[in-house]
Design a protein around this ligand. Structure first.
Ligand SMILES: [Zn+2]
Length: 221
């Protein structure tokens, strides 16, 4: 059973990696973002709560997030495993998770902070068609202009230098604590993400195949 948590700073490529794992091993990619969106679209009391929090731009509190993840993990498609992305984000969430699920490994995406900053700050977005470029990894043919529609490219507010610093600070103070939590439990698997995707995959795939061979823990609920 491949029950894993992806940990890593913004820009480390969690989403891309999760999709790759999902395709290769046929297990669901469970991101808190998608859980919140799904809940907000539903007509349940929890959904109503999430909707008003998201609409006000606030953070969904731990207790509500935990309840939603717990419900999501009960769905049938998680029988062979799952990829948790964005959860747990805090220590109370990690502690609560131990009460209803036993991840087999925590994949810790490691990337130097300068590289995180370079990746995020180099992102350019087309406000007209949504295409995303990168000054270094995916430059547009004409500097500052979209290849697809010719509109002028912009930097999303989230990718401005000040916002990046803030996102990294939040990550360090909150999420990085989790690394220690899972290291203590012998679950932390460090993955060097400062190399080409093919090389990362060459290391990760056999590791996941090893987990796949393991039966689900009998103590899981
Ligand atoms: Zn465009």
């Amino acid at each position: 059973m491949i029950a894993i948590i992806l940990l890593g700073p913004p820009g480390a490529g969690k989403g891309t990696l999760a999709e790759e794992i999902k395709t290769a091993f046929h297990i669901p990619h469970i991101s808190t973002g998608s859980i919140f969106r799904e809940a907000a679209a539903g007509k349940t009391p929890l959904g109503e709560q999430v909707r008003s929090i998201l609409a006000s731009g606030g953070l969904v509190p731990d207790e509500l997030t935990i309840a939603l993840v717990r419900d999501r993990l009960k769905q049938g498609d998680t029988e062979r495993g799952y990829i948790l992305d964005g959860f747990p984000r805090t220590l109370p969430q990690a502690e609560a998770l131990e009460g209803f699920a036993r991840p087999g490994a925590v994949i810790n995406l490691c990337l130097p902070e300068e590289e995180v900053t370079a990746r995020l700050s180099g992102r350019r977005t087309c406000p007209a068609c949504g295409e995303i470029f990168h000054v270094r990894h995916r430059p547009s043919r004409k500097e500052g202009l979209c290849d697809r529609c010719g509109a002028g490219l912009t930097i999303r507010p989230d990718d401005e230098e000040g916002a990046i610093k803030n996102r990294l600070r939040v990550y360090r103070t909150q999420t990085a604590v989790l690394e220690g939590f899972y290291r203590e439990r012998g679950l932390c698997h460090d993955l060097d993400c400062h190399r080409p995707p093919a090389e990362i995959w060459k290391e990760l795939k056999p590791f996941l195949q090893g987990l796949e061979a393991d039966p689900p823990p009998s103590s899981s609920i």
